[in-house]
Structures are given as structure tokens and as C-alpha cells.
Design a binder for this molecule. Structure first.
Ligand code: IPD
Ligand code: CA
Ligand code: CA
Length: 269
């Protein structure tokens, strides 16, 4: 990596961290005073006005600092990257159903992608004041302290988050849950894919699987997990950035077993 590229990467990391903290603080205030209405984009697909407001704040901040960059957010029309080819990929609130229901488990997720790689990933949980952050090749940190995925080697002793959404239909979810549970692993579902990935990086949970996940849910977490020494399937190959894809992420010692249990098309060990 050239010195220029590394300085730009560092600037993007600092901008993403500061923006995630401020956006998270705003969302936290709205969560606590309950000053929003709740709607739906589809079945079980919650939407509050805080989602759109928070995304507009993040886009304005990042594009002011990096006017040539692209922007892909969950709540707005994508803006293609300019010459340099970098794009921000943002979920303003991951865990919107939790946010809407008053469950304090949600986060801001900001990634920067360039040349087909995630260069920066930041996930901020404003209710616990936890900032998970990584830069490609620079390690992963939680509030500045180095992160390491767990040393787990057996699925029978592992805990695995099984992400749920209605895009694949209930039968596929039940079958995935059955496959994971039949290994002896303890399955969970906490409602924020981004935070689940951050928890894999922190060794708080050993693995994460989901049939289909959007890039704004997972790109920041993908870098945080891999920089913490964990395994992550190659989400950006094929149409992951444009259409989403299945995902497996885990402690390195359970990689083969979790890939086999998930049995996702295109993800092999
Ligand atoms: C959802 C959450 C959920 C995951 C879904 C996502 P949202 O995002 O991350 O945990 O299972 O795939 O769509 O709607 O809370 O931003
Ligand atoms: Ca999301
Ligand atoms: Ca969201």
C-alpha cells in the first residue's frame, strides 16, 4: 500500500468513527425520548423516521469530507462512486425492529469499499457506547482495545447467531436453524446482523450465519471480523454488493464445521 493510500484510509477511518459516534448519539436521544412514529416497508420490516434522518446526517458528513466518493445507504438512492472508485456503504440503524419496540440493541454501521475490498468498517452501539472499528490490514478494535475472535474449536460448545429475515421464507429459516442446532451449537437471534458480527469479532459469540443479508448490514462487520482473526465468507464476489448474498462468519477453529452446517450455495471450505 502506498503512503498516500494509507493516509487516505486512515482519514476515512477517523471520519467514519466520528460520524458513527455522532449519528449514534442522535439516534440514542430519539430512542430514549420515543419522539418518532413507527411504520413498515413490508411484513416485519420496520421503518421509523429516525432511520432516514440518521442516514441523511451520515451522508452529508461523509460526502462533505470526501466529495468524490459514492454512497450506498439502506434508506436512499445510491450515488455511484467517482474516479477513485470508493463508496460508503451505510446502515443508519441496524436493528430497527429493536429500536422501534424499545429494545436497546441497535447500531450504526458504516463501511467504505474500494477496488472490491472493504477498507474501513465501523459499528457503533450508542446504548453501550461501544465502537467497533477496523481498517484493512490494521487490526480490529473495540473502544481502542484490540479484538480477537474466540478460540472455539467445537460447534458443540459454540454459540451461533442465526440471522432471520422474511426474504428467504420461513421454511428455509427453520431448516437453517435445525441444521445449526443439530450440531449441538446454541443458536441465538438478537435482531442486529451488524452487532452480531461485531460480537463474533469480540469473541462474545462464536459464529453468525444468514441466508441472505444486504451489504449495508454486513460490510463493516465483515472487515471487523476478518481483522480480528475470524473467518468470513467472500461476500463481495459475485453480486453481493448489488443484491446481497448469504453470509458465514466465525471463529477460525469452527470454520469448516459451520460452513458445512449452513450448506449455503457458493460457500465452501
Ligand atoms: C436487519 C437486521 C437483522 C437481519 C436482517 C436485516 P434492519 O436489518 O440486521 O438482524 O437479520 O437481515 O435486514 O432492518 O434492522 O436494518
Ligand atoms: Ca440492517
Ligand atoms: Ca437499517
Amino acid at each position: 500500500m502506498t503512503e498516500g493510500a494509507s493516509t487516505l484510509g486512515e482519514m476515512r477511518l477517523l471520519a467514519a468513527e466520528a460520524t458513527a459516534r455522532e449519528a449514534g448519539a442522535r439516534a440514542r436521544r430519539r430512542f430514549l425520548d420515543r419522539s418518532f412514529t413507527v411504520g413498515f416497508k413490508g411484513p416485519q420490516d420496520f421503518l421509523t423516521e429516525v432511520d432516514g434522518e440518521t442516514e441523511a446526517f451520515i451522508a452529508a458528513r461523509l460526502l462533505k469530507a470526501f466529495p468524490g466518493d459514492g454512497f450506498i445507504g439502506e434508506e436512499s438512492k445510491a450515488r455511484p462512486p467517482g474516479e477513485g472508485g470508493a463508496a460508503w456503504v451505510v446502515d443508519p440503524i441496524d436493528g430497527t425492529a429493536n429500536f422501534a419496540r424499545g429494545v436497546p440493541h441497535f447500531c450504526v454501521s458504516i463501511a467504505c469499499v474500494a477496488l472490491g475490498r472493504v477498507e474501513v468498517g465501523v459499528i457503533y452501539d450508542p446504548m453501550r457506547d461501544e465502537l467497533f472499528a477496523a481498517r484493512l490490514g490494521g487490526g480490529a478494535r473495540l473502544n481502542g482495545a484490540r479484538l480477537q475472535a474466540s478460540a472455539q474449536t467445537s460447534l458443540a460448545d459454540a454459540s451461533v447467531e442465526v440471522g432471520w429475515n422474511l426474504r428467504a421464507g420461513p421454511d428455509q429459516y427453520v431448516e437453517l436453524l435445525r441444521r445449526v442446532a443439530s450440531t449441538g451449537a446454541s443458536p441465538s437471534r438478537t435482531g442486529s446482523g451488524a452487532l452480531a458480527l461485531a460480537y463474533v469479532a469480540a469473541g462474545r459469540v462464536d459464529g453468525f450465519v444468514e441466508h441472505h443479508i444486504h451489504p449495508w448490514d454486513c460490510l463493516a462487520g465483515i472487515l471487523v471480523v476478518s481483522e480480528a482473526g475470524g473467518y468470513v465468507s467472500d461476500f463481495l464476489k459475485g453480486e453481493g454488493l448489488a443484491r446481497g448474498a448469504p453470509l458465514v462468519a466465525c471463529a477460525p477453529g469452527i470454520t469448516r464445521a459451520l460452513i458445512a452446517a449452513a450448506s449455503f450455495k457458493g460457500i465452501e471450505s
